[in-house]
Design a protein around this ligand. Structure first.
Ligand SMILES: Cc1cc2nc3c(=O)[nH]c(=O)nc-3n(C[C@H](O)[C@H](O)[C@H](O)COP(=O)(O)OP(=O)(O)OC[C@H]3O[C@@H](n4cnc5c(N)ncnc54)[C@H](O)[C@@H]3O)c2cc1C
Length: 478
């Protein structure tokens, strides 16, 4: 039986362990090591006084099949809930201290519907004209990676970047669009430019092909996102799971790895799967391969904080007719976005309650999320008072800080990951998975875990075949 150690018990490590458990139970034994006292990593659900607050992820894209497939395998289909539907627009954008509806039909930053776009007061007439001229903007002769900021400015103009794309990037991805790699985050847009010569043209064609009817874009779980991590843990072998078990270093390598734990004890493994942030993996591997560690350390991370605030519905004057708002940096605010969580999903607040979630920090506000919880709470409350006029005292407050919690796919990310993959070819038995490499959403993490587990299984299979062939050859010689 080959031994595999998985480092990190977030969704990536859990999905990796589950795959090995279900597909190679008789051939590969696994041990899942987690340094903290709980499973799930950034999946963090709090239930309090009828509120359900998510500290990290709150939902996933319904169109991602990996997640749905996992839910099906775990028997969680009945636990899934879709985001609510709204009569009007779902997202608002702060502009000159007023919330404006994001025009209906925007696909990230490009309009796909004419009338709502023409009617919006968020974008000036000049800005609208400039966006409309997108169809005449030639595509570049040579396709190289560029920042999302440069791409949007080039194709749709500065206003589309400042008022739509940049706040969405800061609010949703905690990212600075001027550094974010288009190729690694939204390859679909460069593909559209390449194939159709224009985003507007490509989207109009895409829209025509789409079936009518509105299904929810986001899914979550009735009892919160931790439903998933808990369900996976229940499926795994309890003897293979170790909490409070931080890894200090991983060394060795030619045929076996030595995994040294923080308490000084050691485990030996044929394969090690790192489901930890890239900079943690770098630290654990620095003695084994300093160049691999250096490449991993080149992936930057941003720190963010989420502040959940629960109110009595009767005490907040604001109309919550949507899912929340994003804040352009020109507004000079301390929050990037605010999700109206109890509007977006059911079961997030008691009947007479409202749950809001403010986002702070990110790549455009380095250092902000490092403030203490009381300061972050005070900042979030101040901003919600200024923007939404909420003066009531919240009956629930919950602050989650994610220091270096968000990998940033900056320009050149794909090359960086290719370099890491190349170095890994010299270390059969070492595998990397998680949000740092090829997608940071939970479904991407699951997919990367499945890929790492499959690599362990196929390594075992190919070695077995190799051994069988050698044995057969030796038997033949005899
Ligand atoms: C605020 C926020 C909101 C988000 N919202 C969404 C969303 O709505 N939808 C979505 O799809 N994605 C969202 N994401 C992204 C998604 O949540 C993450 O990419 C994903 O959860 C990362 O999972 P992971 O297992 O790779 O890493 P993590 O969850 O970070 O897990 C890594 C684990 O490794 C452990 N560890 C670290 N060092 C060691 C060590 N030395 N030894 C052993 N264990 C160690 C850690 O304790 C941790 O448990 C969000 C992220 C954040 C921060």
């Amino acid at each position: 039986m080959r031994k595999t150690v998985i480092v990190g018990g977030g969704i990536t490590g859990l999905a990796t362990a589950l795959y090995l458990h279900e597909h190679a139970a008789n051939a590969v034994s696994y041990t899942l090591l987690e340094s903290s006292t709980r499973w799930g990593g950034k999946m963090l659900t709090t239930h309090q006084d009828g509120f359900l607050a998510e500290g990290g992820p709150d939902s996933f894209l319904a169109q991602k099949p990996e997640m749905l497939e996992l839910c099906r395998r775990l028997g969680l289909e009945d636990e899934l809930i879709g985001s609510n539907t709204t009569k009007g627009p779902s997202t608002f954008v702060l502009s000159k201290n007023k919330l404006h509806a994001m025009p209906e039909g925007m696909m990230l930053m490009a309009p796909t519907m004419i009338m709502p776009f023409l009617r919006t007061r968020l974008i000036s007439w000049w800005g609208k004209l400039r966006m409309g001229l997108e169809i005449f903007v030639p595509k570049p002769k040579e396709v190289t990676d560029e920042s999302l900021g440069s791409f949007v400015r080039r194709r749709l103009g500065k206003e589309a970047l400042d008022k739509i794309a940049a706040p969405l990037m800061a609010g949703i991805h905690s990212a600075d669009p001027e550094r974010l790699s288009l190729r690694s985050t939204f390859p679909i847009f460069s593909e559209m430019e390449k194939t159709h010569g224009s985003l507007l043209r490509a989207m109009t064609k895409k829209k025509k092909k789409q079936p009518a009817g509105k299904s929810p874009m986001f899914l979550s779980f009735k009892d919160g996102i931790e439903t998933l991590s808990q369900a996976i843990v229940k499926r795994l072998d309890p003897n293979a799971l170790r909490l409070n078990c931080g890894v200090h270093s991983v060394t060795g390598g030619s045929s076996q790895f030595c995994v040294e734990l923080n308490d000084g004890s050691r485990l030996y493994a044929d394969d090690v799967i790192f489901a930890t942030p890239a900079y943690v993996t770098a630290r654990l591997l620095r003695d084994l391969d300093p160049s691999l560690a250096a490449s991993l350390n080149e992936i930057p991370y941003a720190s963010t904080a989420t502040v959940s605030l629960g109110y009595k519905r009767s005490e907040i004057g604001a109309q919550l007719n949507g899912f929340g708002f994003v804040v352009p940096s020109q507004e000079g605010r301390k929050i990037n976005a605010c999700s109206w969580s109890s509007q977006k999903f059911s079961f997030r607040a008691p009947e007479d309650g409202v749950l809001l979630r403010a986002f702070l920090g990110g790549a455009c506000a380095p250092g902000l999320a490092e403030h203490d919880e009381q300061t972050l709470l005070a900042l979030a409350r101040y901003e919600l008072q200024e923007i939404m006029g909420i003066t009531a005292t919240p009956i629930l407050t919950k602050v989650s800080r994610w220091i270096k919690g968000n990998p940033q796919y900056e320009v050149g990310h794909a090359e960086r990951v290719a370099e890491i993959a190349h170095i890994l070819t010299f270390h059969p038995g070492l595998h990397l998975a998680g949000s740092a490499y090829s997608g940071s959403g939970m479904p991407d993490c699951i997919q990367s875990g499945v890929r790492a587990a499959s690599a362990v299984i196929s390594r075992k299979t190919s070695e077995e075949i190799h051994r069988n062939v050698e044995t057969a050859a030796l038997a033949g010689q005899a």
